[in-house]
Design a protein around this ligand. Structure first.
Ligand code: SAM
Length: 249
């Protein structure tokens, strides 16, 4: 199997039906690996032949699609409050392995991290790289995308587009188990959002605001208070187990 490279959409220029030009970090990576004109490589989910190599770009001919592997059977977005230090890196890496399709980092009242616009853009770029590496490492042929930072109040309207949403709320009494059992009995659930708070947790008003969406469920993950990153892995693993019927058991 040819070596696989992950190239973000912004670094792909479509020349015609068959040819694409790629730019960005993976160009350097391909050059360092001493690939040459005529070599076959995989770019995202496409098998390509190298047509021309330039100092900062590579022209490729698309010659087919790879066999789909490791692609989750449901579409899960993780809305994750911004965490301190490198905890967000860990969340993105593990969530990608577990099958998340999209991560939306957000700022809420109790988030302690402060980032200016420039640092936000850099942080997203780094998180996207981590997601790309995790896709490669775990053998997923699709990609997980990292959205730019949002404020919690900005994303409230996003939730209409999901079949069901779960917010992990440390003060909640309703268990995730009971909520899932109720939901599974009457609907075909394919598009799911999960929302996890920061180290400082959610304010009650924030959760009440989220619950104005009729497809939003506030759930408890048990009687122990989990670290935010643990809560994300726990909730995501359970959601994948319960709703992704593509996974063989
Ligand atoms: N500072 C909060 C407190 O002391 O109550 C704890 C916040 S917790 C470290 C971070 C996030 O993880 C929470 O906002 C929530 O989304 C999730 N979380 C942690 N434990 C949870 C639990 N037992 N049930 C539901 N969500 C939980």
């Amino acid at each position: 199997m040819a070596r696989r490279f992950i190239v973000e959409e912004k670094d792909i220029k479509r020349k015609n039906d068959q040819e694409i030009e790629i730019m960005g970090n993976e160009v350097k990576h391909i050059q360092v690996l001493r690939h040459q004109v005529g070599d076959e490589i995989v770019v995202n989910e496409y098998i390509c032949k190298i047509v021309q190599m330039y100092p900062h770009a590579i022209l490729l001919k698309n010659i087919g699609r790879t066999k789909e592997e490791g692609v989750p059977g449901i579409d899960v977005t993780l809305y994750m409050a911004m965490l301190k230090n490198d905890k967000m890196d860990l969340v993105v890496q593990k969530a990608t392995e577990l099958g998340v399709k999209k991560v939306v980092p957000f700022f809420s009242r109790n988030v302690v991290v402060k980032l200016d616009e420039k640092s936000r853009a850099k942080r997203i770029e780094k998180l996207q790289k981590i997601a790309n590496e995790a896709c490669k490492q775990c053998g997923r042929t699709d990609m997980a995308s990292i959205e730019s930072f949002k404020e919690l109040k900005e994303i409230t309207n996003d939730f209409k587009e999901y079949d069901v949403c779960f917010v992990a709320y440390e003060q909640e009494k309703a268990s995730l188990y009971t909520t899932i059992q109720k939901l599974k009995s009457f609907s075909n659930i394919k598009k799911i959002a999960i929302i996890v708070g920061a180290e400082g947790g959610f304010d009650q008003a924030e959760v009440e605001n989220l619950l104005e969406n009729k497809n939003m469920n506030s759930v408890s993950l048990g009687t122990r208070i989990l670290r935010a990153e643990t809560a994300a892995f726990n909730l995501l693993s359970i959601i994948m187990y319960e709703f992704d019927d593509k996974e063989e058991r």
